[in-house]
Ligand binder design. Structure first.
Ligand code: ZN
Length: 334
């Protein structure tokens, strides 16, 4: 699709945009600190690694058949325009979006250029791969990237390992962000494509971030989903290190694994107490279509914060201010 056509669709959709949340949201700036771009190269990469029979196209067709999921257009401009429509519909100002497989990095670079400031890119990284830190340095220097997404459980390391030090040094130099997925790891698309789970959760403990966070105060370390099951450890790591933050993204289904079965409101209350409103970042974990941008998660979290009586200024920090500061390479203060 040509750029003019993309822009025409984008403008048309803007004119019929609607608000999903309550009217006060009109004055609230919204930044989604956690989403996955999931461009076609991501699907192609996973399907090509899948042990299922058939071609990549056949495996993806079966995935669509099984789940009702829509495959993204192979045209990156079209897929970008679709995300931008979603942001406009829900009056979201900015979206941090991840290249979730190395094969997707080029597509996400292109998307952030087309999005003209509405998206910031984060690249998945395995620090054990030779040259990883140099590659990240390159992305942070000139490709619109502001950080990395790390999966210690999938790539079998601990963030406390000395092998990670070159990466931390690069991130420190750029005052960049490290999203470190801790706790339970479920990648639904990998499971659906029959990719074997070889996850080792031992390195995915938030406490393993403490030495790196202490040694690299310029890096913002983000533990997504309140630690995805390791909630107590997330609170401890947050209490220990000022440069550790948490994000609120996903359905937070990990709560089921907690012996005390807290409500999401109780989780927010504990996180607010320990992290303060200055170190909690709103996120959705939006991924695929037709679900698109998860406005339901914004609404749920807004309702919870209202219910907890969190002041409007503090809500604004959680929904945008803290993310803006981290993306700018600074940190909001409590
Ligand atoms: Zn995610």
């Amino acid at each position: 699709m040509c750029a003019t056509r993309v822009s025409a669709i984008y403008e048309a959709a803007k004119s019929c945009a609607y608000r999903i949340a309550n009217p006060q949201d009109r004055v609230m700036r919204i930044v989604d600190f956690h989403s996955h771009f999931f461009a076609r190269p991501f699907f192609n990469a996973l399907a090509s690694q899948s042990p299922r029979t058939g071609s990549t196209e056949e495996k993806l067709a079966a995935l669509v058949e099984q789940t009702g999921m829509e495959l993204p257009s192979p045209n990156i401009a079209e897929h970008t325009a679709r995300w931008l429509l979603e942001l406009d519909r829900s009056h979201v100002d900015h979206m941090v979006t991840f290249a979730s497989a190395p094969e997707e990095i080029g597509a996400v670079t292109q998307a952030t250029q087309l999005a003209k400031g509405r998206m910031t890119a984060i690249a998945v990284c395995n620090p054990l791969v030779a040259g990883a830190a140099a590659k990240v340095d390159e992305l942070l220097t000139g490709s619109g990237y502001r950080g990395v997404l790390l999966f210690p459980a999938m790539h079998h390391y601990s963030p406390a390992d000395p092998a990670c030090t070159p990466l931390w040094e690069v991130l420190e130099r750029h005052r960049a962000i490290a999203y470190v997925h801790c706790g339970m790891l479920v990648v639904k698309i990998r499971d659906l494509l029959g990719l074997p789970r070889r996850y080792d959760l031992r390195g995915a403990n938030p406490l393993h971030l403490v030495p790196a966070a202490d040694a690299h105060p310029g890096v913002t370390f983000c533990i997504p989903h309140f630690g995805a099951g390791l909630f107590r450890e997330t609170l401890m790591a947050g209490a220990q290190c000022e440069n550790i933050v948490t994000d609120t993204s996903s359905s937070n289904a990990w709560i089921r694994t907690q012996p005390s079965q807290p409500s999401l409101q109780e989780v927010f209350a504990r996180a607010l107490d320990v992290f303060s409103p200055a170190r909690i970042m709103f996120g959705t974990d939006s991924t695929t279509f037709p679900a698109g941008w998860r406005a339901d998660r914004l609404l749920e979290q807004r309702t919870i914060l209202e219910g907890l009586g969190v002041a409007a200024d503090d809500q604004q920090r959680i929904f945008a201010g803290n993310a803006d500061a981290a993306l700018a390479g600074s940190r909001a203060t409590a």
